[in-house]
Design a protein around this ligand. Structure first.
Ligand code: T46
Length: 127
C-alpha cells in the first residue's frame, strides 16, 4: 500500500499521482472500473510483466492477492491510498459497494498476451 499526501484547502481536497514520485513506475495507461454488478468477482488473473497501482476513488471493494505461496485480502476504501499490484500476483476484486470506482495506473498498454487467466497455469508459472 502506498499512502498519498492529501492536498487542498478549505474549498476541497486533492491528491496528485506523479510517475516516478508517488507512483513507482512510468505510467503508460490509465483506466477505471465502475458499474460493477453486485456479487461480481472481477480480475481473476495475474500479469506476466505488468505493474499497476489501484486506487479506490469512491465506495469500497476487497482485493484478494495471491503470489502462489500466500494469500491476503485487503479492503480498498480510501482515495488517499494505492495498492501496488506487481507482476505474477493473482488478483480478484469482489464485494464492490454500489458506486465503487477503481482507478488503475499501468506501466504498459493493454496486451491480452500478458494475462494469465488460468489459476493452475499461474500456480505452475509462479513456482
Ligand atoms: C487488472 C484488473 C485490476 C481493454 O480493452 N483495455 C484495457 O486497458 C483493459 C484493462 C481492458 N480492456 C477490455 C478487455 C475486456 O473486454 O475491457 C474488458 C474488461 O476487462 P477485464 O475483464 O480484464 O476487466 P477486469 O476488471 O477483470 O480486470 C482489469 C484489467 O483488465 C486487469 O489488467 O489487473 O482490472
Amino acid at each position: 500500500m502506498i499512502d498519498f499526501d492529501e492536498r487542498g484547502d478549505h474549498l476541497g481536497m486533492l491528491v496528485a499521482l506523479e510517475a516516478g514520485r508517488n507512483v513507482p513506475f512510468p505510467v503508460k495507461r490509465v483506466y477505471y472500473i465502475y458499474g460493477t454488478l453486485a456479487g461480481a468477482r472481477r480480475g481473476r488473473h495475474a500479469h506476466h510483466k505488468l505493474r499497476q497501482l489501484m486506487v479506490c476513488l469512491s465506495g469500497t471493494c476487497k482485493v484478494l492477492l495471491d503470489d502462489g505461496r500466500a494469500q491476503e485480502t485487503v479492503t480498498l476504501s480510501r482515495n488517499t491510498q494505492g495498492l501496488l499490484l506487481d507482476p505474477m500476483v493473482w488478483h480478484e476484486m469482489f464485494e464492490f459497494s454500489k458506486g465503487c470506482v477503481l482507478l488503475v495506473l499501468a506501466d504498459d498498454w493493454y496486451d491480452e498476451s500478458d494475462y494469465i487467466r488460468n489459476y493452475d497455469a499461474f500456480k505452475a508459472a509462479s513456482r
